[in-house]
Design a binder for this molecule. Structure first.
Ligand SMILES: Nc1ncnc2c1ncn2[C@@H]1O[C@H](COP(=O)(O)OP(=O)(O)O)[C@@H](O)[C@H]1O
Ligand SMILES: [Mg+2]
Length: 366
């Protein structure tokens, strides 16, 4: 793919329409800053610009999409519902200022992109839909394809595939109404979360039956289905897997939080949780978690990278909660941290992800 010394033109897709827009912008800024300028020509693209007629979005989001289309790069008013550390806020601001509407990058007269680095999370970015658009346009992109992305984003489908592969997942049921009596069949304490969401948005631990309906109602604000699961108690681990055909499980990370679980604040506020890498667990347990992460990655058909969240339960179960096909990718996020522990610095990691994307595309083109 390297034609002479011409730089590889990378579109970093950032922003978008999910609840994780702010995190995505910080990620996009960091990726753009860490891809080596001598090899890569980088443009930050906001796919929100493609969505001005999408009625699944709020009127405010569509307004922002129109503004992006019409005015191009501008200090986009980014709705940040929660406070973030100051460093991240600054990166979000700076990314917002240099955003180019994705509409412009995919028109026939635009200079073609060699590859897209998808720095989006959650619905529209991590769930296969943008991947499908890029496949249709014939633009290679980092990470998993349509099917694996869609399966992983839907926690019910992901669990179905994982169970078929013999992997232990939390027992539970799916409901579409807060007052569905079936929810009461799940033993308490329970854990309630939206089927398709990330960053623990809309998730609650339910200790008493009286709190169940409100918890489901909260999850249903983010999705039309909610998972009511057994609450698995134990040590929380997360294992990243990188590679295309040859997979490498990175060192296991243990998450210790002062919050009741790894919620939004615990994930993004400094000092609210410790991410210990390598995890302080016996080697055999770490190996088991790594093997499980590789099996989960393979079962869903992931490419390039994934991060499997799991709990090593008090009674010795190793329970997979979910897979992230586009895990947090700021330099200090979990996957880059584990990569660093394995001797792979952030810039090399990004480099490999781009190379794997081009490799997959070359293979398909043959
Ligand atoms: N069944 C469960 N039992 C105990 N804790 C859970 C359960 N499901 C989720 N959690 C907690 O909630 C966090 C977020 O859940 P997860 O399934 O990883 O979704 P996401 O990260 O996409 O929001 C987990 O890191 C864990 O702390
Ligand atoms: Mg998770």
């Amino acid at each position: 793919m390297s034609e002479g010394s011409r730089r590889i033109r990378v579109g970093v897709l950032t922003g978008g329409a999910s609840a994780e827009r702010d995190i995505s912008l910080a990620t996009g800024a960091q990726i753009a800053a860490s891809l080596h300028a001598d090899r890569y020509e980088i443009v930050l693209l906001d796919p929100l610009a493609l969505m001005s007629r999408n009625r699944a979005l709020t009127a405010e989001q569509r307004g922002l999409a129109r503004a992006l289309q019409e005015e191009g790069p501008r200090p986009a008013a980014v709705p940040t519902p929660r406070t973030l550390p100051r460093g991240l806020e600054q990166q979000i601001e700076s990314a917002s200022r240099s955003l180019v509407p994705a509409t412009r990058a995919i028109t026939a007269d635009a200079e073609p992109l060699d590859v897209v680095f998808i720095a989006l999370h959650g619905p529209w970015g991590e769930d296969g839909r943008i991947q499908g658009l890029l496949d249709t346009l014939g633009i290679p992109y980092t990470g998993s394809g349509v099917l694996a992305s869609a399966l992983a984003m839907d926690k019910v489908m992901a669990k179905t595939v994982l169970v078929a592969a013999g992997i232990d997942v939390p027992r539970g049921i799916v409901v579409t109404r807060a007052d569905d009596p079936a929810a009461r069949s799940v033993p308490l304490p329970a854990f309630v979360k939206p089927v398709q969401q990330g960053s623990s948005v809309g998730s609650t631990i339910v200790l008493r039956a009286a709190g169940l309906e409100a918890a489901i109602a909260d999850a249903l604000r983010y999705d039309d289905r909610a998972l009511v699961e057994e609450r698995v108690l134990g040590r929380e681990l997360t294992v990243a897997v990188i590679g295309n055909d040859e997979l490498e499980a990175l060192p296991v990370i243990e998450i210790v939080t002062s919050h009741a679980f790894f919620d939004y604040g615990a994930k993004y506020d400094a000092g609210e949780s410790d991410e210990i890498v390598p995890a302080r667990i016996p080697d055999a347990v770490a190996k088991r978690a790594q093997e499980l992460a590789i099996r989960s990655h393979t079962a869903l058909g992931c490419r390039g990278m994934s991060r499997t969240d799991l709990i090593w339960s008090e009674d010795g179960r190793m329970v997979v909660l979910e897979l992230n096909t586009i895990p947090g990718m700021t330099a200090n996020s979990l996957l880059p941290k584990a990569a660093r522990e394995a001797g792979i610095p952030f810039d090399i990691l990004l480099d490999r992800l781009v190379r794997w994307a081009l490799e997959d595309a070359d293979r398909r083109a043959r």
